[in-house]
Design a protein around this ligand. Sequence first.
Ligand SMILES: NC(=O)c1ccc[n+]([C@@H]2O[C@H](COP(=O)([O-])OP(=O)(O)OC[C@H]3O[C@@H](n4cnc5c(N)ncnc54)[C@H](OP(=O)(O)O)[C@@H]3O)[C@@H](O)[C@H]2O)c1
Ligand SMILES: *[C@@H]1O[C@H](CO)[C@@H](O)[C@H](O)[C@H]1NC(C)=O
Ligand SMILES: *[C@@H]1O[C@H](CO)[C@@H](O)[C@H](O)[C@H]1NC(C)=O
Ligand SMILES: *[C@@H]1O[C@H](CO)[C@@H](O)[C@H](O)[C@H]1NC(C)=O
Ligand SMILES: *[C@@H]1O[C@H](CO)[C@@H](O)[C@H](O)[C@H]1NC(C)=O
Ligand SMILES: CC(=O)N[C@H]1CO[C@H](CO)[C@@H](O)[C@@H]1O
Length: 349
Amino acid sequence: MTAEVLIFGAGAVGAFYGSLIAKTGTPISVICRSNYSAVKSAGFTITSPQYGTFNWSPTRVFSSADAARAANVHWSYIVVTTKALPDVSDDSALLEGLVGEGTAVVLIQNGIGVEEPYYTRFPAAYVLSAVTIVSASQPAHGKISHNRWTRINIGPYLPSSSSPSSSSSSSSSLTQREKDAISKTDEFTDLLISGGVKDAQAYTHQKLQQVRWHKLAINASMNPSSVLSNGSTNASMSLDPELSIHLKGVMEEILHTAPKILGAPFPPEFATSERILRSTQKNDSGSRPSMWGDWEGGRPMELEVILGNPIRIAREKGYEMPRMQTLYALLKMAQRNRDTARSGGSSKL
Ligand SMILES: NC(=O)c1ccc[n+]([C@@H]2O[C@H](COP(=O)([O-])OP(=O)(O)OC[C@H]3O[C@@H](n4cnc5c(N)ncnc54)[C@H](OP(=O)(O)O)[C@@H]3O)[C@@H](O)[C@H]2O)c1
Ligand SMILES: *[C@@H]1O[C@H](CO)[C@@H](O)[C@H](O)[C@H]1NC(C)=O
Ligand SMILES: *[C@@H]1O[C@H](CO)[C@@H](O)[C@H](O)[C@H]1NC(C)=O
Ligand SMILES: *[C@@H]1O[C@H](CO)[C@@H](O)[C@H](O)[C@H]1NC(C)=O
Ligand SMILES: *[C@@H]1O[C@H](CO)[C@@H](O)[C@H](O)[C@H]1NC(C)=O
Ligand SMILES: CC(=O)N[C@H]1CO[C@H](CO)[C@@H](O)[C@@H]1O
């Protein structure tokens, strides 16, 4: 049986990976929103230094989850590539009726705690958690610009597994369901590799969560600090004597707390805060974190998955991350003030 894949939120990341999996001949359908009419009539055009310029017309283009439900397809994979904004909407609710028996929900999103709403809502489905370092954007309707990097790591989300760190090769203590989740992870990874994503790699639950927290050290330090310093570039922040101390402080806070939460030290090959800082200092490309773009564009920032959830998860275990807490409190209020000013001063918050 051919896998049917549905991409929910076909923006930069969703359309990029969807267009590559499509090269395997697998039918790929998409749910769009603001860019629906452009994609419906002309598909996507992807430009990439690695894959060249090509057009991709998805098998089906839906304007909403309701429209997708009406099509009555059994989806093998539903790939979620919306921005993770749990304070704005619970996107898992929109997938009711689309997630069937044995469907794997693949979350390609940033941040911490993105899996839980799907895992809780769909006990009969599999949840796969993916982290990517791709750099992609959608400068115009249906036009996807891939800038660099493709790497994506995927792991089964098995928070209550008796042996979360075991790999597929030493899986004797796993339940059948957990083994199936691991097979689904391997299958999806193979689809990506067959589509040309050579550095797609399957990880265990434990290692994938380690990757999420490690990546958080970069996002949670650079992104909020750029917004609060009015759009500083990564390089300028990491070269400033005081700001670089601050960035390192935030990274250290996360890199020290995460191993206590996850119950294992980071693998030795994961970069230290010094190494991250040094490579940022050398990279004077003038680039800014995407959170700055969201702030400037008046869009909601991924504050909860980058700051709020990690703070709360740590706090439940008895750990405080005070630098993170300060960034969170300040940015949340800044966002509220921005939105209140825009809506004419009558915020209900
Ligand atoms: N871009 C990157 O280079 C990059 C790299 C690493 C990780 N990430 C992460 O990947 C995730 C996706 O980022 P992205 O850059 O691809 O964002 P994006 O370009 O904004 O794509 C998200 C898409 O989802 C659509 N959408 C949101 N809610 C929807 C709904 N209810 N129904 C239908 N469509 C909906 C949006 O439509 P609208 O246009 O209407 O909003 C948009 O097209 C984020 O968690 C991000 O942090 C991105
Ligand atoms: C700047 O930092 C953000 C991390 O939040 C990242 O998304 C972006 O790729 C970085 N740019 C460079 C050139 O390192
Ligand atoms: C932030 O920077 C912009 C230029 O990028 C400038 O126009 C604006 O006045 C600055 N805002 C503050 C509060 O400094
Ligand atoms: C710095 O930028 C160069 C070229 O844009 C890229 O190859 C390199 O991976 C970047 N390094 C980091 C740490 O962002
Ligand atoms: C987080 O950082 C990565 C690079 O490390 C970048 O690709 C991603 O877009 C960043 N996320 C946000 C929300 O800025
Ligand atoms: C999510 C996304 O990238 N939407 C884009 C749709 O197209 C308009 C302009 O054509 C862009 O401004 C949006 O950013």
